[in-house]
Write a protein that binds this ligand. Structure first.
Ligand code: G3I
Length: 303
């Protein structure tokens, strides 16, 4: 096939992009989006600060825009994200009582996941809960500090009840290198969840890479997680300067692992990227395909 989404679909995978609601009026942007991608992730619109700015007062306008548009075009949607320490309104981070926080967290998950029930392919239920450089430490957050490690399990159980059909993912960065302590920490958590029947279906590896691309152990990491009985997804891919070989190595690792079910790039054009100074994406500022586009497509077997 001659587009990313169509080629990925030939092996039952998806190829997605992070999408910003504010750009849906840009015809160059939507032209590429609809031609190339069969999955979208709202870049910011489903985060807590966008959906529940004050307690139990929910706003879904921008998220609805993205979900409705994608659904109408047969594109999948990755939900991002239900519980994260960042982009968290201060009314949540200033809670000091564990029981209050538990009910606030469960209410948030239930309300957001129920609204999109049946329309989300995968949810990033918990994002970035592990600390860098450690196999056991979780990152400090109001959730961790008041509820302990158990907040992650609680979040997954609540999400499963709200939308039983969605695949439930743990999503993080710096877990691409099999030899990194953080990777081992997440691996042990997933193994423990599977052993105890905590509902987890997938691990999202963000894959924000430097110019060197993925670590040499990347495929081992993907296959090791998959061997636990979960899918793996590359959820936020971007690579400094977008070297063709770095993109090819990333895509090849996914193609080589049967349970690597999809790849999402974190934006469409370089100018859309949170790291726009590094030109890390597949399309240039004018919306033209870059060399990395071609290597990505051909690595998947497309022409
Ligand atoms: O919406 C406001 C707007 O009203 C205001 O005028 C403007 C002025 O700064 O800010 C806007 O909010 C910004 C938002 O993006 C929407 O553009 C925030 O300041 C800015 O911090 C936010 O950045 C996002 C970042 O997450 C926040 O942590 C990036 O767009 C987004 O790409 C990035 O994505 C994260 C993933 O969710 C998780 N993994 C890492 C990844 C990169 O940081």
């Amino acid at each position: 096939a001659s587009t990313l989404g169509a080629q990925a679909a030939q092996s039952g995978r998806y190829f997605g992009a992070a999408v910003a609601a504010g750009k849906l009026g840009d015809g160059t942007y939507t032209g590429i989006l609809d031609r190339e991608f069969n999955s979208v992730t709202p870049e910011n619109e489903m985060k807590w600060d966008a959906t529940e700015r004050s307690r139990n007062s929910f706003t879904f306008g921008s998220a609805d825009q993205i979900v409705n548009r994608a659904t109408a075009r047969g594109q999948r949607v990755r939900g991002h994200t239900l519980v994260w320490h960042s982009q968290l309104p201060s009314w949540v981070s200033s809670i000091t009582d564990a029981n209050t926080l538990r009910s606030v967290m469960n209410n948030h998950i239930t309300t957001v996941a129920s609204r999109y029930k049946g329309r989300i392919h995968s949810w990033d239920v918990v994002n970035e809960a592990f600390a860098d450089g450690s196999s056991s430490q979780h990152r400090p957050s109001v959730f961790q500090n008041l509820l302990g490690n158990g907040f992650i399990e609680q979040a997954f159980r609540t999400a499963r009840s709200a939308d039983p059909a969605a695949k439930l993912c743990y999503n993080d960065y710096n877990i691409e290198d099999w030899n990194a302590a953080k990777t081992q920490g997440v691996y042990r958590m997933v193994r423990d969840f599977k052993a105890r029947g905590v509902p987890i279906d997938c691990v999202g590896l963000q894959a924000h890479f430097g110019a060197g691309g993925p670590p040499s152990s990347f495929q081992t990491t993907l296959s090791s997680f998959a061997a636990l009985g979960v899918d793996v997804q590359i959820t936020e891919l971007d690579i400094a300067q977008a070297p063709t070989s770095a993109y090819a190595n990333t895509v090849r690792a996914c193609m080589n692992v049967a349970r690597c079910t999809g790849i999402t790039v974190w934006g469409i054009r370089d100018s859309d990227s949170w790291r726009s100074g590094e030109n890390p994406l597949l399309f240039d500022r004018n919306g033209n395909k870059k060399a990395a586009y071609r290597s990505t497509l051909t690595t998947m077997g497309g022409t």
